[in-house]
Write a protein that binds this ligand. Sequence first.
Ligand code: SAM
Length: 449
Amino acid sequence: MKRVYIKTYGCQMNERDSEAVAAMLRARGYDIAPSERDADVVLLNTCSVRDLAERKAIGKMNLLAHLKERKPELVLGYMGCMAQSRGASLAEKQSAVNLVVGTQRFHRVPEYLDEIFAGDGDAIVDVAEESGSESTIKDHVLGTNGDRQVAGFVSIMQGCEMYCTFCIVPYTRGSERSRPIAEIVEEVRRLVEEGVKEVTLLGQIVTSCGRKEIRKKNGKSAFVQLLEAVNEVKGLERIRFTAPHPKGFGDDLVQAYADLPKLCEHAHLPVQSGSNRILKAMNRGYTREWYLRIVDKLRAAQPKIAISTDIIAGFPGETEEDFEQTASLMRDVQFDQAYIFKYSKRQDTPAADMPDQVSEKEKERRNQVVLEILNSGMARMHQKLIGQTVEILVEGRSEKAGKRMFGRTRTNKIVFFDGGERHQGELLPVRIERATTITLYGDIAIHNL
Ligand code: SAM
């Protein structure tokens, strides 16, 4: 049996694509290797969102090419976003590469590997578009290593048509394509039958799911109709979704946080910048004031809601004044979590050619300033949680934090606690006993559990 190791870079969508490829490979008679050392095939599922992610994957492939000099039968491949944007040039530049598969052709990987093992050594490159490919990411590898997996990911749409000027995603993931609601609900049902209690609905612009195909009903968008349908799945306890766009947070979605008991009290609301001038240059389609109104509405609808965001530091033309607007927005909103990125020039995106690119040193400085604001806010928030009892869904044992068990609150905070394997998959009340800036430690609130 040939063994395949898949290394994934980037976002949860990429993780999910890799999981689906692994499931398809298993169904075809391949085995999934736990590390590249044991593998006959190594596939890198790549990310193009920032330059660093691309450089990491190329560097990794160079190392694998050295390994292949000693083990010539080793098959090497690129999948995903960088495969899509660079195509055949990857195999031309790195002759050790046997396979390049784009974002709409993941499901063809098993048959291409069969061909490579049967063939003459020519590289296979497939970055074609395929209608209906959004429905091919549906297989899972739950429980195959004996664990009870309690949280599952469901890919509900692919592609992006927002065309933010900094972002490569519309070019690597194609136009927006959504799966039908009934198909998504069926996949959630199957996961629940396998023991999953929490699902995260995934898409590049998840809040756009179904907007082309499904009309609004009683003022509710297709995405909210989907949330309502998933909320009805018996045995499911929690619903999350990512990655949304703030423009997707209409009044119907805000109200869903009040109405749908399974929808977790967490909204990821990527703001990118606090300056209206920069938001316009980014083509984000909202203003600072509009964004702050959404935050207020969410907090009014669901007072327990945690809000996280993405920030880009040093977008081209960002002045000290613009940056100060981002810093003040961070202080005003008090985010529960934020992912802060230094602007990274992406080929063929409009921002790459904009004047007044910010120096690396200045981007780093701005990155640090925003990080400090975030960290001091998070530390204060975590201190306030001490003494409170929160519900966690126990996901497993951590490799870090003294190998404690850990679970996630509905507000998406990880809590470590001293527990046993019997707690895995359980919804447990824990009392927060101790907190650092980024970590919460709790005790099981009701003993004998
Ligand atoms: N769907 C989300 C939205 O548009 O609101 C964004 C998903 S994007 C793949 C994830 C994050 O990567 C973005 O929110 C942005 O902060 C960051 N990002 C994207 N392109 C970037 C670039 N060129 N440089 C730095 N960060 C970037």
